[in-house]
Design a binder for this molecule. Structure first.
Ligand code: SF4
Length: 387
């Protein structure tokens, strides 16, 4: 690290502050600033990590490999000690199995086990064996000796795609098999790598996990729903909905609620921390509805185009994200009319006026209705694409 011209502490402060904590608008823990967390990291030994794959597509690992601050190489060389990872290690076969056995023995009671993929339970192992042992036995053995477990991805958190109906393997998450173990779930398909980094950095700093919700998810990344922070939220409040992929509303970037977007029912940080470190690279950002991959009751259970019930939306926000639109001229008359009709906050009036302006320009624009922030869209099955 010093050969690169910066100290380890400077590097950790940078990556902790800029890439992990700042995007969530808070410190990694509610007690410490990023600088304090990084200062702690500077003093501790790198925690040993053993990473096991079960029924997975390796997308979670792939997601982790896309980080740059810290990059995965920096993470495993400067922050943690990655003792075993089947995708990244050079060894295979007997050599790999010996490496796993030795790591478990050497760090028994001290290592963090990261689990990627669901565990098949039906018929005790006929669907998956690792070095001749059923997956359930491998998890019980290695997980039983771990200090704590991080279940990365929706599959490891509660079954994910393999558990979708008809669930031929009896796929479950880690906590289903080891309910009393210290486990933190980082669901997502794939999960956001910076959530994982935040959890690992805090554990490396002081040996604790962040505060979690009732589904064992770290609150710092899962305490708000997608709909709260969605850049298309203003379109939702204005009643502008995509009716079909490729229609004018879709091209204009309107709300995807009627296309089955699960954003109102999904807690995750995707709308504030995008993927591959490229702005707008997340499902809604590229014009696809949220599928609710971080929610156990939604992902791979609720049909893709089924419209979710609006449970938590009591009132629109007082400030909206900007709308990108080619219809940028705002008619003063329309602004005044909307201000009178809606009688709402200035931000809401502004957004609505833009909609009025469009409607006046072109009455054929889909969804050109008087905005009504309280009564939210009635969806029509006939408008919705069929699976
Ligand atoms: Fe965004 Fe989906 Fe909510 Fe529309 S329904 S504002 S696309 S999260």
């Amino acid at each position: 690290m010093l050969q690169c011209g910066i100290s380890r502490r400077s590097f950790l402060v940078f990556c902790t502050s800029l890439m992990v904590a700042a995007p969530y608008g808070l410190a990694i823990t509610d007690k410490k600033t990023p600088e304090e967390v990084a200062a702690g990291l500077d003093k501790v030994l790198r925690p040993p990590i053993i990473w096991l794959h079960f029924q997975d597509c390796t997308g979670c690992t792939e997601s982790m490999l896309q980080t740059s601050a810290p990059g995965f190489a920096d993470l495993i060389l400067n922050v943690i000690s990655l003792e075993y990872h089947e995708t990244l290690m050079a060894g295979s076969g007997l050599q790999a199995r010996q490496a796993l056995d030795e790591a478990v023995k050497r760090y028994a009671g001290k290592f963090i086990l990261v689990v990627e993929g669901s565990i098949p339970t039906k018929d005790h192992g006929i669907y998956m064996k690792i070095a001749g042992r059923p997956a359930m036995d491998v998890l019980a053995d290695v997980g039983g000796k771990a200090a704590a477990i991080i279940a990365i991805g929706s599959c490891a958190s509660w079954g994910g795609i393999p558990s979708a109906d008809p669930d031929p393997t009896g796929a479950v998450g880690v906590a289903d098999l080891m309910p009393d173990k210290s486990i933190i779930n980082i669901p997502g398909c794939p999960p956001n790598p910076y959530t994982m980094l935040g959890v690992v950095l805090q554990y490396a700093a002081d040996g604790t996990f962040p505060e979690t919700d009732e589904q064992r998810r770290p609150k710092f990344a899962f305490d708000r729903d997608i709909h709260e922070h969605c850049p298309k939220r203003a379109h939702f409040d204005a009643g502008n909905f995509v009716k079909q992929y490729g229609d004018e509303g879709h091209r204009e970037g309107w709300c995807l609620y009627e296309m089955g977007c699960k954003g109102p029912d999904t807690h995750a940080g995707c709308s504030t921390r995008h993927f591959n470190e490229i702005p707008d690279v997340w499902p809604i950002g590229i014009g696809a509805p949220c599928i609710g991959c971080t929610e156990k009751a939604v992902a791979f259970k609720v049909p893709m185009f089924q419209v979710v019930q609006l449970h938590t939306i009591a009132a629109p926000p007082t400030a909206f994200a900007p709308i990108s639109t080619t219809y940028s001229t705002i008619s003063p008359l329309a602004t005044g009319l909307v201000g009178i009709a809606v009688g709402a906050a200035a931000g809401a009036g502004y957004i609505a006026s833009r909609k009025f302006s469009r409607a006046e320009d072109d009455e054929s624009v889909p969804g050109s209705v008087v905005p009504d922030n309280k009564s939210k869209p009635e969806s029509s099955d006939s408008d919705r694409p069929q699976l």
